[in-house]
Design a protein around this ligand. Structure first.
Ligand code: AMP
Length: 452
């Protein structure tokens, strides 16, 4: 049968999958081998998640899989377990390749492979931009079992690293395929598909089935089985969603008020630009909060550093652009604040999906100013409900304005100083923006990627 001609019939709805979860209580029931069941147990994975119930049995049967699932659903386990099981059966180097859109995701996926595969000695390598290519070439020379890569840097190695090829590859995973394609990685993905064997298993995971994803599916998958686990734009029940309607000029004061009101929680605050993320982090620090920024204009090391400090709970507030709104596995976020309202309503779902994970409860608060009413209405329309207002004491907020104004002044000064230092050191050459520019200078046809 021609590639992608027919699609398997196993499209699970939420309810069907729930029934399946009832029926299949363990990884063993799904056909996972004992040593990997033990690994799941050690990670505290008692029962498989819905996407795992749907995808693992068909993947173990050797079928290609399209998984419609988002980060947080357990999809990494859904593709990692069948790959590790196949690796156990026929050990081989350069066995699997996982393509993913961002560096952070790549590291997370590699951590899960290593955690699940530690007892069977699996070796993984992460190949992403912003990191020295020489050390990556050395890691590739050791021929790891699994490579987790962003497409751009992998193509660099395929073209320039002597002795490295993927001609024996058995598994290809395209994780968050919709994002890979939206980030203009289409050419790179095509190049990769051309140099790996056609005779392989392919898993394609995507939060949404866009036209581009369908095209990729037709080009890359053979007779795949579709596994979908939740209806599209749902937010979980244990998430309490609120909005506040406030004048734009008092946003900072309201933010400080809410952080004080909900003190003791961990917060993820979303801003629309790198600059506002940095500014707000400085502002909050000036007011004594343990806040840390995460955005695309920081170096790779700084981004990982921020994320790790937040994950280790050394910082209680992570300020991020949408680069962090999807994909990052940050299990303990109690409150998500949309400080700047998302311009794309779908980003709302991804942002608030950072809290109320794995059965825990969580809150989200969206700031709506006089300029954001229409965007907010679109969000309410998308999620199909009217949100309640978060209760506030306006007088108490106003009492904060003076202190906040002083902190704003200092933050602006610090931001200016940081900008000047950066310009004089010219040390920001590993930002995504600079990489994009470098690619251009190097004569590549790549478009400059947006930095968020
Ligand atoms: P993912 O969607 O793959 O990014 O996974 C999100 C989180 O769910 C990760 O922290 C995983 O460790 C966790 N996870 C995956 N599968 C299970 C499971 N069966 N039970 C509990 N947690 C899981």
């Amino acid at each position: 049968m021609a590639a992608g001609e027919e699609e398997g019939a196993r499209t699970g709805t939420g309810t069907e999958s729930e029934a399946a979860v009832e029926e299949l209580r363990s990884f063993k029931d799904l056909g996972v081998t004992d040593v990997l069941c033990e690994a799941c147990d050690q990670l505290g994975w008692k029962v498989p998640t819905k996407i795992q119930v749907e995808a693992i049995p068909v993947a173990l049967q050797g079928r290609d899989v399209i998984g419609l699932a988002e980060t947080g659903s357990g999809k990494t386990g859904a593709f990692a377990l069948p790959i590790l099981q196949a690796l156990l059966e026929t050990p081989q180097r350069l066995f699997a390749l996982v393509l993913t859109p961002t560096r952070e995701l790549a590291f997370q996926i590699s951590e899960q492979f290593e955690a699940l595969g530690s007892s069977i000695g699996v070796q993984t390598t992460v190949i992403v931009g912003g990191i020295d290519t020489m050390s990556q070439s050395l890691a590739l020379a050791k021929k790891p079992h699994v490579i987790i890569a962003t497409p751009g840097r992998l193509v660099d190695h395929l073209e320039n690293t002597k002795g490295f090829n993927l001609r024996a590859l058995k598994f290809l995973v395209m994780d968050e395929a919709d994002r890979i394609l939206n980030m203009d990685f289409e050419t790179e993905v095509d190049k990769i598909l051309k140099v790996i064997p056609r005779d392989r298993k392919t898993f394609l995971f995507s939060a949404t089935m866009t036209k581009k994803v369908q095209k990729l599916q037709r080009a890359a998958l053979k007779n795949p089985v579709k596994c979908a686990v939740s209806s599209k734009y749902q937010t979980v029940e244990k998430l309490q969603q609120y909005y506040i309607f406030i004048p734009s000029k008092f946003k900072d004061s309201y933010l400080v008020y809410i952080l004080n009101e909900l003190a003791g929680n961990s917060f993820m605050i979303f801003c629309s630009t790198c600059n506002n993320t940095q500014r707000t982090a400085l502002l909050l620090r000036n007011l004594g909060f343990t806040a840390i920024p995460l955005h695309g204009q920081m170096s790779q090391n700084k981004r990982l550093g921020s994320l790790n400090k937040f994950k280790a709970k050394a910082r209680s507030i992570l300020l991020a652009t949408d680069v962090a709104s999807r994909g990052l596995d940050i299990p303990h976020v109690d409150v998500v604040i949309n400080f700047d309202i998302p311009t794309h309503s779908k980003d709302y779902i991804h942002r608030v999906g950072r809290t109320a994970r794995a059965g825990r409860s969580g809150k989200s608060i969206t700031f709506v100013t006089q300029y954001d009413v229409e965007l907010f209405q679109r969000i309410e329309h998308l999620i199909g409900k009217k949100l309640p207002a978060f209760p506030m004491q306006e007088e108490e907020v106003m009492m904060l304005t003076e202190r906040v104004a002083e902190a704003q002044r200092i933050a602006r000064m610090e931001l200016r100083e940081q900008g000047e230092k950066k310009r004089s050191r010219n040390d920001d050459d590993d930002t995504e923006e600079a990489i994009g520019v470098r690619n251009k200078v190097a004569g590549g046809k790549k478009k400059k990627r947006k930095t968020f």
